[in-house]
Ligand binder design. Structure first.
Ligand SMILES: Cc1cc2nc3c(=O)[nH]c(=O)nc-3n(C[C@H](O)[C@H](O)[C@H](O)COP(=O)(O)OP(=O)(O)OC[C@H]3O[C@@H](n4cnc5c(N)ncnc54)[C@H](O)[C@@H]3O)c2cc1C
Length: 356
């Protein structure tokens, strides 16, 4: 049999789940496909606050990558990528062995932004989620918790953890749920107050010491456990790849998800910096999945890829961790048990596509 060319999928993120599924249903003729990823169980972060609140078992929020790749006829390598050599078409691995590829697709997500002094040493980040899940038990033993980060993840996690401890949500200068409509932000603040989550807004954390958050002017805040849920940062190893990056270090892609100047390297999800900018949200990684699959197939066949057209507005749903949720779309704001029902249904349907 003539040597088949090699497509390497780097990272088991949301976009690659769909690429795997599509290549499983309709294999790429003349190509072998490998997934190189760090985690044997790929987490779906949309359900993680539900796991923390006890609404889901952890297994419901995880995709078994060995089972998925086996079903899709894709080889699986569990390892951490540490570098990419675009000229020699190699990916470097923590184990020391390189993997050669003819076509590369990167969906490795983002890392927590832990540049605040002391944060990395004394606070628990939400990612990587595989490292977080075994530590949830320790959080459950804490009587007081501070969650740092006023975005969707911090808001949902603060509410999920309030069943276990007295929780303070620290949003910093950006406030609660920046980028969301004012009416939703107000309802979210009311929801926190009704559920006895203390909201501390206005000043960024400037330093973290064991059990204490420090601010420039405001008094320090003490808690038995500190959870770090601030914005996404680019993985430092991307800097060594020589690939084009934006000011924050994410890989610049064109509208077809090709990395700038590299026709054989694609990137999608949080790791990619899309023209005009996109929020670092799983919904975009999910939406890019089918376009990425089609474009990898096209380029493998020597055809032209097609652009990804992001939606202007999208449905955003926030769990209140008690069987109700808040939502917004096109400026409308809604809340209630039916919103949780909708979120639960969307999340379960997503997972059912990739779990057996
Ligand atoms: C608690 C929480 C709740 C969230 N809720 C929502 C929500 O409700 N809606 C929403 O839109 N967004 C949500 N987000 C944001 C969402 O998680 C991310 O935007 C989304 O996961 C990005 O998907 P991705 O495909 O880019 O990468 P990821 O899902 O981060 O996956 C990256 C994968 O690559 C692997 N990987 C990483 N680095 C390497 C490496 N060097 N070598 C090999 N493998 C590697 C990882 O193990 C992982 O499997 C939430 C985030 C958190 C933390």
């Amino acid at each position: 049999m003539p040597d088949r060319r090699h497509l390497l999928l780097l990272g088991g993120g949301h976009a690659h789940l769909e690429v795997l599924r599509q290549f499983g249903a309709n294999p790429l003729p003349g190509w072998r496909v490998t997934l190189l990823t760090r985690e044997a169980q790929s987490p779906y972060s949309g359900m993680l606050p539900g796991v923390m609140a006890g609404l889901y078992r952890p297994v419901q929020a995880l995709v078994d990558m060995a089972a998925l790749t086996a079903r899709c006829g894709v080889a699986l390598v569990l390892d951490r990528a540490t570098g990419i050599d675009p000229a020699r078409r190699l990916v470097r691995r923590a184990s020391g062995e390189d993997i050669a590829w003819d076509l590369l697709s990167i969906d490795t997500g983002a890392t927590p932004d832990m540049r605040t002094p002391g944060a990395a040493a004394h606070a628990l980040p939400l990612k990587p989620i595989d490292a977080l899940l075994p530590r949830l038990g320790r959080l459950a033993d804490s009587r007081s918790l501070a969650v740092v980060g006023g975005g969707a993840a911090g808001f949902e996690v603060a509410l999920a953890l309030r069943w276990q401890a007295a929780v303070t949500l620290v949003t910093g200068a950006a406030g609660l749920l920046p980028g969301f409509p004012p009416r939703l932000r107000q309802r979210a603040a009311d929801a926190l107050a009704r559920r006895e989550v203390t909201l501390r807004q206005g000043e960024d954390v400037v330093e973290v010491t064991p059990g204490t958050l420090h601010f420039a002017a405001a008094p320090p805040l003490q808690a038995e456990a500190l959870v770090w849920a601030t914005g996404a940062a680019a993985a430092p190893w991307l800097a060594e790849t020589g690939l084009a990056r934006d000011a924050r270090g994410f890989l610049r892609v064109d509208a077809c998800l090709r990395t700038e100047g590299q026709a054989q390297i694609f990137a999608a999800g949080d790791v990619a910096s899309f023209p005009g900018g996109l929020p670092k949200a799983g919904v975009f990684a999910v939406r890019q999945g089918p376009v990425l699959a089609a474009n990898l197939r096209a380029v493998a066949a020597g055809e032209a890829p097609r652009p990804f057209a992001p939606q202007r507005d999208y449905l955003r749903l926030l769990s209140l961790a008690d069987g109700s949720a808040l939502g917004t779309r096109n400026g409308l704001v809604f809340a209630g048990r039916w919103v949780w029902w909708l979120k639960d249904r969307i999340d379960r349907r997503f997972m059912a596509r990739y779990q057996r």
